[in-house]
Structures are given as C-alpha cells and as structure tokens.
Design a protein. Structure first.
Length: 200
C-alpha cells in the first residue's frame, strides 16, 4: 500500500510541477517529489532489489572463483570500484581500497551492508537525489543487461566524524553475468570529479 501511495504521489507531484509557474511552489513541489522518489527507491531496493517482477538471476554463488584474476585486478585498480548484489537489499559485495578512500569509508565496515544504508542522501540537502538516481540506473542495467553511464551526480559522503562532505561523481554501472547468463553482480565505477565542477 505504501508503495502504491508513493507511486501515486510521484505522478501527482510531476503533474502539478508541469502546471505550476510560481517559483516558491515549484521549489516545494520539487522537494516533495525528490523525497517521494527517494523513499520509493529505498523501499524497492530493500524489498525487490532490481527485479520488481521477481528475481530473474540464479544464485549469487554462481559467480565462479575463476574471478581470481578479476578479484586481483579489482583490488589493485587505481579506479574506484564497488560490487553490488542485485537481490533485495542491494548489499555491497566488495569495494576496493581506492573507492573506500574516495568515499571516506572503511572496507571492513561496509562490505555486506546495504548500499543505501552506507551511502544515504545528505539529509541537509533537500533536493538530494543520489539514492533515487543510482537506484534507477542500477535497475536500468538489470533490465537492459547493458552498462549505463550516469550524468555527473552530486552525492555527498560522510567523513569519519559524520560530517557531510560535498562530492560530485561520474559513474558507470556495468552488469556481471554467471556462465549461465544470469545477472549476479553489478560493478559500479565511480570517479570523484568534485574539483572539476563549479560549485556556487
């Protein structure tokens, strides 16, 4: 029921925004829409994973250990990589040290946790849409079985003290399949481009 209400609210807010001309009302509607989209993405990530009609991939353990070479490259890469399980919860399977440093996290503390529990939207930013945008990109990857390159995205992170730090990212999400052709992981490659984005 809650999912249905959120879906209906999103439709309503979008329709109202298309008709509204007053700036203050548009800002309020945008905030309500962002909040509803975030809550729906979190609900879907928790309950459905990336497959709203039921899982279509095989067991995650089909990801074979031939990936020793992949794991070695993943670990040593200078690029920032995360591996996500597409099943309900969207749990972090792994994150390389480069990405842990870039996102101000600790690999040992976040592996196995839900992606959006580790990386929530900044509650101090009313129009933060990182969670919903990343979720929609991951769902697109699952549905099309093709990589998806996201537009540059503001997605703030927390430092060791819990203070929010402004960050902008360029991100490519890529499916990883088992030998049977089942989607078993999604590889997220993220690049911190904060120093290249003019911040007003």
């Amino acid at each position: 029921m809650q999912r249905f209400v959120l879906q209906q609210n999103i439709k309503r807010f979008r329709a109202l925004m298309a008709e509204e001309r007053e700036a203050r009302s548009l800002t309020t509607l945008r905030t309500l829409l962002t909040d509803a989209e975030r809550n729906l993405a979190l609900m879907d990530a928790r309950d459905l994973g990336l497959f709203p009609l039921g899982p279509v991939q095989g067991p995650a353990d089909r990801l074979r250990q031939r990936d020793r070479e992949f794991a070695r490259l993943f670990e040593r890469a200078e690029e920032n990589y995360l591996l996500v399980d597409p099943n309900p919860g969207l749990r972090l399977v792994d994150i390389n040290e480069a990405c842990a440093a870039a996102t101000l996290t600790s690999r040992s503390e976040i592996v196995g946790e839900r992606l959006f529990d580790v990386f929530p939207d900044n509650p101090e930013e009313p129009h933060a849409d990182g969670v919903s945008n990343v979720f929609h990109s991951l769902r697109l990857v699952a549905e099309t079985r093709k990589p998806h390159r996201m537009a540059i995205q503001r997605y703030d992170v927390r430092d060791a003290e819990g203070t929010w730090v402004t960050r902008y990212w360029r991100q490519v999400n890529q499916p990883i399949f088992s030998d049977a052709g089942d989607l078993v992981r999604i590889l997220l490659q993220v690049e911190d481009v904060t120093d290249r984005v003019p911040i007003s």
